[in-house]
Design a protein around this ligand. Sequence first.
Ligand code: NAP
Length: 274
Amino acid sequence: MTSGPGLPRPELPRAVLPRPVLPRTVLILGGTGEARELAARLAHAGDLLVVSSLAGRVADPALPAGEVRIGGFGGVAGLTDWLRDRHAAAVVDATHPFAQTISANAVAAAAAAGTPLLSLVREPWTAGPGDRWHEVGSLQAAAQVLPSMGRRAFLTTGRQGLHTFAALEGLWFLIRCVDPPEGPLPAARQVILARGPYDAGAELELMREHEIDVLVTKNSGGALTAGKLAAARELRLPVVMLRRPPLADVPRCSSAEAAARWVEQCLAAAHRVS
Ligand code: NAP
């Protein structure tokens, strides 16, 4: 068949036209080991664009596989726009169990954009035989009970909120965080900058070396930072344990493997509908 000037262009039958295959975007709200594991698992899935989002709090973050964006979205509206603009096929909230604002924003934005949302949150730690946990609901409550529990505290609640302990007198603090803390800090202190994982033997040595008599921690869960709990148990030390904030009522799983399966099912369902 030929075509030339003046002759009508023959139209190819529609069925022959190749359909453009656009990669489907999956957003992972990250900042955790589980988020990185999920990004690595999805990185090899065919026509998938995996975008991991980090808050930008850490100066030298461990970067996940795939595309990475860093910094806030600008609240619920910004995240909703992002999901719509990128035609996101799914979003997995794999942020830390104590990152409450971004998780609430994810629920609202996913609903507004009509994007399926999964919460990937690791199981909390639970007290076992030999543990002496004192559970509290906030950093303020932790600061309140601390003077009655010890004099030399190992503070592992992260960089944010350390000012809550600044006014406590008569206590010495070993403060461990990833980046240097800012703002008011307890006067009697030593700051160590480190990033997990931490094994139980090294934690035991550290706590012995600094004569720690009480541990303060969030109930972050996970094996990578559980060594301090084993060390506290071994030394028979009390632990001020911050309870987790309540979780949103959305589909949830606790492993990157299960989250990867959910993403695949989600994309397969969307494919059947389109
Ligand atoms: P947050 O209080 O829940 O969120 C505060 C704001 O930070 C959010 O409104 C959002 O800004 C931005 N943000 C948080 N996580 C983000 C992400 N993954 N991508 C893009 N923007 C994000 O958060 P946070 O407790 O400070 O935690 C910040 C990050 O550190 C999270 O990625 C979390 O997984 C990680 N982390 C937190 C803890 C902890 O104890 N909280 C511990 C270890 C790791 P916009 O409103 O502008 O979007």
